[in-house]
Write a protein that binds this ligand. Sequence first.
Ligand code: 5GP
Ligand code: ZN
Length: 137
Amino acid sequence: MSDENCIFCKIVNDEIPSKIVFENSTTIAFLDIHPISEGHTIVIPKNHYKTLENLPDNEINTLFQTVRDVASLIYKRLQVGGYNIVQNNHEAAGQVVNHAHIHIIPRNKGDQRFKAKIPKSQASEEELNNVLEKLKS
Ligand code: 5GP
Ligand code: ZN
């Protein structure tokens, strides 16, 4: 499954060059062309799916195995302090390339180039119950 207009499908099909870190039969990991930090890597399924919800079970399993293995490689070989896993789905969440992908972003203590900001304000009991009802009904 490939989309002829998709930049990541072109990487999979070797139609444009990329710096491949790891590859197996269903997944590929390559260096991001605009790295947030040294070693910033993109992991994708070779098949074209737009977002996380579209991925079948067997492919999501191997995809996250690749994420784990490449993250482990980055952590050990680049000797970084840690890493963030980021996965943008749909335009509202900042997805630019419409081929499901996972960012592995190496981090070091005190670096300022990336921060997942979690607000400190608490939701009320009512707000939590309202959203829970929507999700469970
Ligand atoms: P998104 O915002 O969709 O989650 O991120 C897409 C990522 O793909 C960006 O970080 C961008 O730098 C990267 N990217 C876009 N085009 C290319 C490309 O042609 N080659 C590589 N290696 N990365 C790309
Ligand atoms: Zn694609």
